[in-house]
Design a protein around this ligand. Sequence first.
Ligand SMILES: [Zn+2]
Length: 339
Amino acid sequence: MRQVVMHGPGDVRVEDREDPSIVEPTDAIIRLSATCICGSDLWPYRGAEPVDHQVMGHEYVGVVEEVGPDVRTVKVGDFVVGSFWASDNTCEICQAGYQAYCVHRVLMGTIGTQSERARIPLADGTLVATPGMPDPDLIPSLMAASDVLGTGWFAAVAAQAGPGKTVAVVGDGAVGLLGILAAKQLGAERVIAFSRHADRQALAKEFGATDIVEERGDDGVARVKDLTDGLGAHSVIEAVGTQEAMMQAIHSTRPGGHVGFVGVSHDVAIPGDELFMAGVHIHGGPAPVRHYLPELVQLIWDRKINPGKVFDLTLPLDRAAEGYQAMDQRTATKVLLTV
Ligand SMILES: [Zn+2]
C-alpha cells in the first residue's frame, strides 16, 4: 500500500509499504476513504519536534475490511470514524469521558493513517460506525470529526461554552474554527474570533463568530475587554499552543471564567503570579474525541453541521508533500488527502 513517511524535517515522501495485518485479536483493518494532514504534523515538518523516517497521520475514516477474533461490535463493511487515540472505551478513565487517557490507549500517529489501509487497535472501543454508507459529500465532515472537530468541541466544553456565554477563540486554524462551530452549537450567545486572515474570518462567521478581533497579545486582550464591558470573556478556547496564545487566552478570560486549551503546548510556561491573580479555571490537553464522536457523527449525518468546510485543499495521497508545503506556507488551512 501507499503510505506517507516523513524522512526528516521538510522531507515528506509517499512510499510503498507492507499492508497492515491483524496483530492483536481486538484489531480491525480499515481501507481509508480519505485522510488528512493535521496542524500538529507541521511541528516535526518545521523541525520543532524530532522526526526520523516517521509514518504520519492520525485522522481516518474508512471501511472495515477485516476484524480480529475478539472484535464483537465492529463488522466488515461498516463505515467507521475513529480518533487519534485508540481506546478500549471500558476502563474507568474512558467511562469518565477521558478516552485520550485510556489505560490501554494506543497513539494512532505511531501506526500512521496517511495511508491506503490502517490497523486500528481496540476496534470495538475506538471505532464509531455511521448509520450507513455516507454520501461522498459527507466524507470531509466525517473526516473532520476524527480530530479537529472533536478537539474543537472538547475545547468548547472545557471552556464551558453555553447559553448566555461570551466565548473568545484564540487560533484560526482548523481547530479554532471548529471551536467556534462547537461554541455556537453549545448555545453560546456571542463568539469572538481572533483572526487576521480574511478567508478564515469569513469561515469563522459562517461557523458562528459574531465578532472578529485582528489584534494579538495585549492589544487583542484589550479588544476583548472592550467588547465585554471590561470584564473579559466567560469562556476562552486556546487552539495554538504557543506562549503568546496561552497568555492571550488566560488574560482574555474574566475572573471565574474558563479556559479550554487544546493547542499542543510548545514551550509554554505560565508565570505563577499571573496564574494566581487571574482567578480562572484552566482545563485541556489531548481531546477525548471518542467521547463526542457518536453525537458529532449524528449531527453530520443529519446535515446539521458542516465541519468539512475547513478543508480548503484536496489532493491525492501521492501528492501529500504538496499538502504539507501548502499548510506550512499557510496557503491552505487544512488539506484533505483522497485515497
Ligand atoms: Zn479505557
